[in-house]
Unconditional design. Structure first.
Length: 214
C-alpha cells in the first residue's frame, strides 16, 4: 500500500507521547494498517506497537472493530458540533464546502480505512445520528408529518449519497479541494431539482435552509 499519510507518519513516530489510551490504541492500528492488511493485524501487534497492556486494551475495547467504531463515533460527534458553525454559511455551496472540508482534514486516516474496505463503520455511525440530521432539515419538500417509514427512506437516500461521495473522493491519493466537490454536488442538486420539475425560483427563498440538509 502506498504511504501518502505524512500526518499519520508523524503521529506514529510520536505515539508514545499520546496520553489518551484510546487514541493511542486507535492510532497504533492505523499505523499498522499503512503497511499490512487489516485482517492480518492482531491484538498483540496493536499492543506491542502502542506499548499498552492487554488488560488495558480489553478495559476499553473488545476487538479491532471496536477501535474503528470508537474513532467514527468520536469523529461524527465532532462533525455535528462543527456543523453548527458551517451551517450558518451564506450559501448552499459554501455550507457544502465547510462540510466537506471537515472530512478533508481527516483524509489521511480515512484514506487508509477506506482502502482497507472498512468505511462501513462510518456509514453505521451516520445512520445512528440520522434523526438529529432529519430534525435539522426544514425544507418544505422534506416534510413527512411524522411518517417514520418515509423519514427512514429519505435519510437513507441522503446519508447513503453523502457517504458514497466521501468514500469515492477521499480514497484518492490526492483528493480534490473541498470547494471542487461542493460545486459538483451543488450542480447535481440543481439537476435533480430540474429533473423533478420543481419550481427553482420558488424554492430559492429556501436557500438559507437547504444548507441544513447535510
Amino acid at each position: 500500500m502506498k504511504v501518502v499519510d505524512s500526518m499519520v507518519c508523524e503521529k506514529c513516530g510520536k505515539l508514545q507521547q499520546i496520553k489518551d489510551t484510546k487514541n493511542r490504541l486507535f492510532l497504533a492500528l492505523i499505523c499498522l494498517m499503512r503497511n499490512d492488511k487489516y485482517e492480518n493485524i492482531t491484538i498483540k501487534d496493536i499492543l506491542e506497537y502502542a506499548e499498552v497492556s492487554r488488560r488495558t486494551f480489553y478495559r476499553h475495547f473488545k476487538n479491532k472493530d471496536n477501535l474503528l467504531n470508537y474513532y467514527f463515533k468520536k469523529i461524527i460527534n465532532e462533525y455535528l458540533a462543527e456543523r453548527r458553525i458551517f451551517e450558518q454559511s451564506d450559501s448552499f455551496e459554501e455550507m457544502l464546502a465547510g462540510s466537506f472540508n471537515f472530512w478533508y482534514k481527516e483524509r489521511e486516516i480515512l484514506s487508509i480505512i477506506i482502502k482497507h474496505q472498512k468505511p462501513e463503520f462510518l456509514f453505521h455511525q451516520m445512520k445512528k445520528y440520522s434523526k438529529e440530521i432529519y430534525d435539522s432539515i426544514t425544507l418544505p419538500w422534506f416534510a413527512y408529518d411524522g411518517d417514520v417509514t418515509k423519514i427512514n427512506y429519505a435519510m437513507s437516500f441522503i446519508i447513503g449519497g453523502y457517504y458514497s461521495v466521501l468514500c469515492n473522493w477521499l480514497v484518492k491519493d490526492e483528493p480534490e479541494d473541498p470547494s471542487v466537490i461542493a460545486l459538483e454536488v451543488k450542480k447535481m442538486v440543481i439537476k435533480l431539482t430540474k429533473f423533478f420539475d420543481l419550481d427553482v425560483e420558488q424554492n430559492s427563498q429556501d436557500s438559507s435552509e437547504i444548507k441544513k440538509a447535510l
